[in-house]
Design a protein around this ligand. Structure first.
Ligand code: 5GP
Length: 188
């Protein structure tokens, strides 16, 4: 059995964070990676849990030191996956990354033998729009930008290995668990 780098992507509001938490809680052979970001913590977020919240200067220093497996900018903030953590953990377990499509495709390019890309899609755009509006944590501009980003992310789904529709959380979770099981058995 091989260890895989499971990349979970999908537009914000699609429930990929909840799915990732469930997958991690139920599979001891799967560990999560914590990304670094320059954005400010949202209410309830804790440094070192959702993200490592670092300054733009620190982020740039770490880019220069080749510390990120991949990084990308969203809404003016930088997000990156710490390289050493992922490489170290992959020797012992499968690693889950919850990142955007640009990051996911980069991860696949850099680690083609390990990366398995899963896109989580909403049952419909209308439903996702409702969920995002319900968050109410941002202004109209930021909301419109997020919706544009949603379309962009979903348009990349054909480049991913799998697309899982999150119509029902438990069902979607089981579908991803089945993907993990199959992928770990593959000899590459
Ligand atoms: P949020 O600010 O809502 O937590 O995340 C914004 C976007 O950044 C999401 O699409 C999320 O998947 C993405 N993201 C989070 N961590 C990383 C990372 O390490 N690398 C990349 N490329 N994107 C990330």
């Amino acid at each position: 059995m091989r260890n895989i780098l499971l990349v979970i992507s999908g537009p914000s509001g699609v429930g990929k964070g909840t799915l990732a938490r469930l997958l991690l809680a139920e599979d001891k052979g799967l560990v999560g990676s914590v990304s670094c970001t320059t954005r400010a913590p949202r209410a309830g977020e804790k440094d070192g849990r959702e993200y490592f919240f670092i300054t733009p200067q620190e982020f740039r220093d770490r880019i220069a030191a080749n510390d990120f497996l991949e990084y990308d900018e969203h809404f003016g903030n930088l997000y990156g996956t710490p390289r050493s953590f992922v490489e170290r953990r992959l020797k012992k377990a499968s690693v889950l990354l919850e990142i955007d499509v640009v990051g996911g495709l980069n991860a696949k390019r850099l680690m083609p033998k390990s990366a398995v890309l899963v896109m989580v899609a909403p049952p419909s755009m209308e439903e996702l729009g409702r969920r995002l509006a319900g968050r109410g944590s941002e202004g109209k501009e930021a909301f419109a930008e997020r919706m544009r980003r949603v379309r962009y992310e979903l348009d990349q789904a054909p480049l991913y290995d799998y697309t899982v529709v999150n119509d029902d959380l438990q069902r979607a979770k089981r579908e991803i668990q089945e993907i993990i099981r199959k992928e770990k058995e593959k000899t590459i």
